[in-house]
Design a protein around this ligand. Structure first.
Ligand code: HEM
Length: 200
């Protein structure tokens, strides 16, 4: 690569890495949701509104980070030694791209399908009055599904990082399998616990 192209490539790689680091939003949303559960299951307008704002706005941020990962990934292929056509022959790149589109689809479903239903239920509530007693039960199915999907997204993000590190040279397949299994374990733990010590 020419020195100037190499500089552009390095800048793209930096953007690629920082954008997928910021795609860890499902992890932090799961922590926010589990923290909310610590307050009890009864409806609390301000706590619930605060949580929904974080989740809903987080989706918009995540779309931007996903778009940045896709754009920088494609530009790195065009600018770098591999060329864009390698997408069809390098299974790691193809798998990363497919998983990224799956993540975009899942986020679109959560943000455009589930979130408006939750927002509609919250819009019925007068913050100063007592909320209807059946509100938590009506919110629950959407929130449960959203939490499951956030767990799946977290797992997929970690899997794409495992794959991302293998664009130029492959890990021992056993290591890939072990890391994917650990990704599943971590995502499951993030769903069930507060991860008070980071990994556990
Ligand atoms: C969620 C989706 C993605 C994640 C998490 C991800 C993650 C990663 C990671 C961890 C690296 C290694 C960086 C390094 O070695 O320093 C990487 C490199 C790379 N990624 Fe992605 N990636 C994703 C999507 C894509 C897509 C869609 C493309 C292209 C269409 C792409 C193209 C590349 C290329 C060309 C490199 C090599 C950079 C280099 O080492 O020179 N990535 N990615």
């Amino acid at each position: 690569m020419e020195p100037k192209v190499e500089t552009v490539y390095s800048a793209l790689k930096f953007l690629h890495v920082i954008a997928f680091v910021f795609m860890s939003i499902p992890l932090f949303n799961l922590i926010v949701v589990n923290e909310r559960l610590q307050l009890g299951s009864s409806f609390n307008y301000y706590a619930d509104r605060y949580m929904e704002n974080i989740i809903s706005r987080g989706a918009t941020r995540c779309f931007t980070f996903q778009g940045t990962v896709l754009l920088t990934g494609v530009l790195m292929l065009i600018a770098g030694p591999l060329g864009i056509a390698v997408l069809w022959t390098n299974w790691v790149l193809l798998a990363k791209t497919v998983v990224l589109f799956a993540l975009m689809g899942l986020l679109s479903y959560v943000h455009l399908g589930l979130q408006p239903k939750i927002e509609a239920l919250l819009a019925e509530v007068d913050p100063e009055a007592t909320a209807p007693s059946d509100l938590p039960a009506r919110l629950k199915p959407y929130r449960v599904r959203r939490k499951r999907l956030a767990t799946l997204c977290l797992f997929l993000v970690i899997v794409t990082i495992v794959l991302g590190l293998q664009v130029y040279s492959r890990f021992d397949p056993v290591l890939t399998v072990v890391l994917v299994a650990l990704a599943a374990l971590f995502a499951w733990r993030a769903n069930k616990t507060l991860l008070r010590f980071g990994w556990i």
